[in-house]
Design a protein around this ligand. Structure first.
Ligand code: BJW
Ligand code: ZN
Length: 246
């Protein structure tokens, strides 16, 4: 299942960087973006996760976020999230970089997470960007900002928007510094996050992908592990627990 090279690298790694995507939360019951079924299948993420779509139809975009928040609030972290929280105790330095906005890594016990695309549980004014506490998360449209009258939106990163200040820089720093880089449960289609594995590999890291299927990244990694993150990650941490002596 895991190559000897990976097992050896895990034993001696000083710094592991991990990039996660929607696939890591799939086994908790959170739909992914590009394989999503159901109510929202008729929309591509690009059609809802952008500012113009929000301004054109704030009720529609807000309803999408309310529905997703409802799902996220009703699920639990899965063994994949928990294994990633465990790894932090087994290796001197672990940097967890996530594209997910669901907060499930935090709920599983991971700390100091780099959230590249924001967090669905925070809300801000779309005009003055002040953080706003929602009284009723289920309201289809929130009352406007009391400071400037702007529409309230989730504090997430939409297409065409810059990532949170410092987040991408911190992620790049980890990619440059790590010995092993894992890309887990992401289609590796959305930039700049999708460029991180290549940065890591160019700087000497051993790059491993974990996904239920091959992706745009698969031909550019050192090792491609096909299977559910919720099964493979606990197996990986078990091997780490067996082998690490420090
Ligand atoms: C499992 C599994 C299991 C299932 N186990 N695996 C360079 C080149 C080309 C384009 C660009 C570029 N640089 C920038 C761009 C433009 C754009 C972009 O990338 N476009 C591409 C789509 C072409 N990027 C941006 O606009 C970014 N901003 C930016 O670059 O700013 C600078 C700038 C500003 C102005 C002008 C120009 C530049 C921002 C990107 C923001 C993305 N936002 C979203 C929404 C967040 C809020 C929300 O959640 O609603 O982020 S879109 C959506 O995609 C979300 C995700 O984080 C992101 C990635 O998706 P992810 O996680 O990979 O999910 P899926 O569904 O695609 O894949 C799931 C995977 O899991 C699959 O592979 C499954 O097989 C697998 N899986 N079960 C393991 N159990
Ligand atoms: Zn405002």
């Amino acid at each position: 299942m895991f190559s000897t090279h990976l097992l050896n690298a895990l034993q001696t790694a000083r710094h592991i960087a991990v990039l996660t995507g929607a696939g890591v939360s799939a086994e908790s019951g959170v739909p992914t973006f590009r394989t999503a079924d159901g109510l929202w299948k008729r929309f591509k993420p690009e059609e809802l996760a952008n500012f113009d779509a929000f301004m054109a139809d704030p009720e529609l975009v807000t309803a999408w976020y309310n529905e997703r928040r409802r799902i996220i609030n009703s699920v639990e972290p899965n063994p994949g999230h928990r294994a990633l929280a465990d790894i932090a105790h087994l290796v001197p330095a672990v940097t967890l970089i996530t594209q997910n906005v669901d907060g499930l890594h935090q709920r599983a016990g991971s700390r100091d997470i780099i959230e590249l695309h924001g967090n669905i549980h925070r809300n801000i004014c779309s005009r003055c960007r002040i953080e706003v506490q929602l009284e009723m998360e289920s309201e289809v449209l929130q009352p406007p900002c009391t400071s400037c009258g702007g529409l309230i939106r989730p504090d997430v990163v939409w297409f065409g928007e810059f990532l949170p200040e410092g987040a991408m820089a911190a992620a790049e720093k980890a990619a440059l510094d790590c010995d092993i880089f894992f890309s887990i449960g992401t289609s590796a289609l959305v930039y700049p996050a999708a460029a991180l594995p290549a940065t890591a590999r160019q700087h000497g890291a051993y790059v491993v992908e974990i996904n239920t299927e091959r992706t745009a990244l698969s031909d550019h990694v050192d090792e491609c592990l096909i299977g559910p993150a919720g099964q493979l990650l606990p197996m990986l941490t078990d091997r780490l627990k067996e082998n690490r002596t420090d």
